[in-house]
Design a binder for this molecule. Sequence first.
Ligand code: PLP
Length: 364
Amino acid sequence: MIPIARPELPPLERYVELLRDVWDSRMLSNFGPYARRLEAGAARYLDAAGVRAVASGDLGLVIALAALELPAGGEVIVPSFTFNSTVNAILWNGLTPVFADIHPERLTLDAEEVTRLRSPRTAAVVATHVFGNPCDHDAIRAAAEGTPVVYDAAHAFGSLYRGRHAGTLGDLEVFSLSGTKLVTSAEGGLVVAREDALLRRLDYLRAYGFQDDYESHMVGINAKISELNAALGALTLETVEDAVARRQAIAARYHAELGGTPGLAFQVVDGRDRSTYKDFAILCAGGREGIEARLAAAGIQTKRYFRPTHTMRAYRRWATRPLPRTEDVYRRILCLPIFNEMRDAQVDEVARAVRTAAPDHPGA
Ligand SMILES: Cc1ncc(COP(=O)(O)O)c(C=O)c1O
């Protein structure tokens, strides 16, 4: 079986060494030395002023939007083509999602949609660096016309936009450190902000609204990362460049093996940017079922990802306009296996299975 994803973990002895330290210190949480080490290491790597570790990317998104203190009911322009956490964070904050379409090749928020959908009610723009492909940031920033821009960077630790790290582009950006990510703490996340005022609010928001005084300054939540998780994150952070390099090599091999296959296209990453390839997506003309079935029969996992959020039961009432590019991409998209320790022979095996399935494939 070839899995769709598989976390690369450091040698267990190295983690045990850190755990011994945690055991000795009896400091299990509350932003102890390992949370601090994770934050400092991430800030150094990203060249970012302020990084805050949290319990998950999901909670990170909730408190990132809360930190902006947006007016209740304000509209937030968001792509439907994202993981549902992006949309949940808007709704948990009492804001209104306005679903936008994506660029059909980059698969990230189309900046022209921001221009189209912006109104006096727009409170923020939230976009996702899909599969690690950085958003078209300059165009989105320009279209936002001063409205805060927040990125769901869950997939993008290690991505570069015109040489700048994802994480340092938006007013706030949120990484996930869950098990499928290149840097993982099993569960966890990082919130990056530029302004001191935002960082101060994040400090309160992620810790129930308190600091040391048991006086609630804000309506907070428990978004604290444990020291056990932070220690693992600090270790996997050390090898992020190797992880990105390996994924780039796998993606290049898929491109070489599958390029020119009739009916097949890839997510397009601008030549000036770098994707982490947290996921590797192909777009199958005429539908993906044939390829999906052939790969499943060969023991190769794939996934239909993302299912557009505006089609999900919880969010349908905000689906007020058609999103033709999102819907078309979802009919065609299939994510193939990619993980750091994937061998070239496995990449070739997947590519062979896709190629042999493609000719039978309607529209190929
Ligand atoms: C785009 C996106 N945003 C947010 C999340 C949520 O992150 P977490 O699982 O760390 O809560 C995920 C999870 O994979 C995701 O893919």
